[in-house]
Design a protein. Structure first.
Ligand SMILES: NC(=O)C1=CN([C@@H]2O[C@H](COP(=O)(O)OP(=O)(O)OC[C@H]3O[C@@H](n4cnc5c(N)ncnc54)[C@H](O)[C@@H]3O)[C@@H](O)[C@H]2O)C=CC1
Ligand SMILES: CC(C)CC(=O)C(=O)O
Ligand SMILES: [Mg+2]
Length: 350
C-alpha cells in the first residue's frame, strides 16, 4: 500500500489554533487517507520550550509532505529579544525550508459585495494573485540598534536582493501569469531604491523568455492606490517581501475581510507551507469569533500544490463559496456565525 501523505499542523498562537482546527475538520471530512501530526510553534512553543521554533517542530516540518500553519504572535512576547519572538518561527520556517514564493490569491466571492470596502461594481472585478518574494528584503537583512555620532538611538534593517533571488521569483510570477490571464505587473520602488532598480532590470531580462505574458511595472505607492481605484486591472502582481506583505492585507479588504485570504509558500520543488495571510489577532483570540475561511482555503491550496489533489481542492473552494452565498458569515463579514459554526457550514456544503 502506498504510504499516506503526512500533513504537519502548526497551529501557533491566538486565533491560529481556532482556525486550523476548522481546516483540519474539512481535510478529515474528505477522507483522503492523509496523516496529521501537530507541533507547537511561535509563542506557544516559546512558553513550552523557550524556543519559538523548536528542533522537533522544524524536524516535523521537514519530514511532512506539506505544512498547514495557523498564525504566530503573542503580545506577552513583544518585549523579548527579537530572536525569541513568535514571529521568528514563521520567518525561520520560510528561510530554513527555502519557501521563497508566496502565492496570495484574492477574488470576490459572489454575495460578498456588501462586505468589501469598495463599491460593489468595483469589488466584482477583483480576481488577482500576488506573488510575493519570501526569503529576502528587509525581513532578512542585517538589522540592529546603534547609537549615532550625535548620541541618538538608531534602528536599521538592510534592504537587499541579489539577482538570483529576483530571477527565481520573477519566473514564479511569469509562470503564474501564463496559467492565468497572461498579465504580470511587477511592483517596485525603482524611482528611489537601488534594490528595486535591480529588481526591475532582472524582471525585464526574465521577460525575454515570456513573450506571451504582458509585463508592466508600477511603483508601490501607485499600486496601493490602483488596488482600490481599479483592482480589476491586475492579474498577477510580482513584488518583494515587504511590499507584498502590505499590498496583500490591503487586497483582503477589497474582497471583504482579512479572514478570507489564504496563501501558499513554495520552494523550488513544490513543497509548501500553507497559512492564512492574517496574524494571531489577539483582539479576538479565544472568543470563537475568527473567520476560518482563510485557513480552510489554505488547506485547499495545500491539496492543489503539494498533494496533487486538484479536485479535492476545488471541492473545498466551492464549499466555502456555497456557505458564504448561503449567508453564513462570521462577524468580520457582518454575520453572527462562530468560528465553529462557519466550519460546520463549509462541511455541510462539501
Ligand atoms: N504569518 C503570521 O503568523 C503573522 C503573524 N502576525 C502577528 O500577529 C499578531 C497580530 O498582528 P496584527 O497586526 O493585529 O494583524 P492580524 O492579522 O492578526 O489582525 C489584524 C486585524 O484583523 C482581524 N483579523 C485577523 N484575522 C482575522 C480572522 N480570521 N477573522 C476575523 N478577523 C480577523 C483582527 O481581529 C485584527 O483586528 C502580531 O503579533 C503579528 O506579528 C501578523 C501577520 C502574519
Ligand atoms: C513575519 C510575519 C509577521 C509577516 C507577515 O505579516 C506576513 O507574512 O503576512
Ligand atoms: Mg502580513
Amino acid at each position: 500500500m502506498a504510504q499516506s501523505s503526512l500533513i504537519a499542523i502548526l497551529p501557533g498562537d491566538g486565533i491560529g489554533p481556532e482556525v486550523t482546527a476548522q481546516a483540519r475538520r474539512v481535510l478529515e471530512a474528505l477522507s483522503l487517507g492523509v496523516t496529521f501530526e501537530e507541533a507547537p510553534v511561535g509563542g506557544a512553543a516559546y512558553h513550552q520550550t523557550g524556543n519559538p521554533l523548536p528542533a522537533a517542530t522544524l524536524d516535523l516540518a521537514r519530514r511532512a509532505d506539506a505544512i498547514l500553519f495557523g498564525s504566530v504572535g503573542d503580545p506577552a512576547c513583544d518585549a523579548l529579544d527579537r530572536h525569541l519572538r513568535p514571529e521568528q518561527a514563521i520567518l525561520g520556517l520560510r528561510k530554513e525550508l527555502s519557501l521563497f514564493a508566496n502565492l496570495r490569491p484574492a477574488k470576490l466571492f459572489p454575495g460578498l459585495e456588501d462586505a468589501s470596502a469598495l463599491r460593489p461594481e468595483v469589488a466584482r472585478t477583483i480576481d488577482l494573485l500576488i506573488v510575493r518574494e519570501l526569503n529576502g528584503d528587509v525581513y532578512f537583512g542585517e538589522k540592529g540598534m546603534r547609537t549615532t555620532a550625535a548620541g541618538l538611538r538608531q534602528g536599521y534593517d538592510l534592504m537587499s536582493y541579489d539577482e538570483g533571488e529576483v530571477r527565481r521569483i520573477a519566473i514564479a510570477g511569469f509562470e503564474a501569469a501564463r496559467r492565468r490571464r497572461g498579465k504580470l505587473c511587477s511592483v517596485d520602488k525603482a524611482n528611489v531604491l537601488e534594490t528595486s532598480q535591480l529588481w526591475r532590470d532582472v524582471v525585464i531580462e526574465v521577460s525575454e523568455q515570456y513573450s506571451d505574458v504582458a509585463l508592466s511595472h508600477m511603483y508601490v505607492d501607485n499600486a496601493a492606490m490602483q488596488m482600490v481605484r481599479d483592482p480589476g486591472q491586475f492579474d498577477v502582481i510580482v513584488t518583494g517581501n515587504l511590499f507584498g506583505d502590505i499590498l496583500s492585507d490591503q487586497a483582503s479588504m477589497c474582497v471583504g475581510s482579512i479572514g478570507l485570504l489564504p496563501s501558499a509558500s513554495l520552494d523550488e520543488a513544490g513543497k509548501g507551507l500553507y497559512e492564512p495571510i492574517h496574524g494571531s489577532a489577539p483582539d479576538i483570540a479565544g472568543q470563537g469569533k475568527a473567520n476560518p475561511c482563510a485557513a480552510i482555503l489554505s488547506a485547499a491550496l495545500l491539496l492543489r500544490h503539494s498533494l496533487g489533489q486538484p479536485e479535492a481542492a476545488d471541492r473545498i473552494e466551492q464549499a466555502v463559496a456555497r456557505a458564504l452565498a448561503g449567508g453564513q458569515r462570521t462577524a468580520d463579514l457582518g454575520g453572527s456565525c462562530s468560528t465553529e459554526a462557519m466550519g460546520d457550514a463549509v462541511l455541510a456544503a462539501l
